[in-house]
Design a protein around this ligand. Structure first.
Ligand code: IMP
Length: 198
């Protein structure tokens, strides 16, 4: 199996990505390559942040790699928290405080439309590529479920009546924004000759 570096140490993401493409690629994390640096994600778009992570790994360690950046984009909040999803309630990043802030801001709002959007940046053979995936849904006015991470407990994907946090890991991994973006990445990797590159 070919190795592919995924520029993250988020165990939830690694687990999800392994469920999705782990049969085709051996997923190598940042700690696996000895990268302990804190990568500052200070771009103002998901694309920019994903690129910061993949470029960092490529430039410092020389690996072809991919990185993702995800945001919860809520229509009534003009796309927020969006690229600010991790630190929406300030430093240090706190999933619970972030959810509390969203629920507070949405308390009088009837338009509950939102989407999770993932952007993947791939660096392969010194070239840069982007892939995107999103899933639409609704924001609840209270938490439901204990699985997952981030905003999972307040997001119900369209066509379902449970939150991501009420789904089994496999179920979320089979429909999520990350799944859709990774499927695009896989389509691309399957369409090019990667021998000698990875
Ligand atoms: P990241 O920069 O891609 O790690 O994502 C930024 C923030 O978005 C995370 O800290 C989480 O709060 C949130 N997030 C990312 N992916 C998910 C997901 O799959 N479910 C719920 N929240 C997520």
């Amino acid at each position: 199996m070919k190795d592919l570096v995924f520029a993250t140490n988020n165990q939830h993401k690694i687990q999800e990505v392994k469920l999705i493409i782990g049969k085709t690629f051996q997923i190598i994390s940042l700690s696996d390559i000895g990268c302990t640096d804190e990568i500052i994600e200070d771009a103002n778009t998901l694309e920019g942040n994903a690129l910061i992570k993949s470029r960092f790994v490529f430039q410092k360690f020389g690996y072809n790699c991919f990185a993702d950046d995800t945001g919860l984009e809520i229509s009534a909040l003009h796309g927020n928290p969006g690229v600010f999803s991790a630190r929406y309630a300030g430093e240090p990043p706190d999933f619970e405080a972030n959810i509390d802030k969203v629920l507070r801001e949405m308390s009088d709002i009837s338009d509950r439309n939102a989407r999770f959007r993932t952007v993947i940046s791939l660096i392969l053979g010194e070239k840069e590529y982007f892939f995107e995936g999103f899933i639409k849904g609704n924001i609840l006015n209270h938490r439901r479920g204990n699985n997952g991470f981030g905003y999972d407990s307040i997001f119900v994907p369209s066509g379902y009546n449970k939150t991501f946090a009420e789904m089994k890991n496999e179920e979320k991994a089979s429909i999520s924004h990350r799944y859709i973006a990774l499927s695009e990445l896989m389509k691309f990797l399957n369409s090019v000759d990667t021998s000698g590159i990875i």
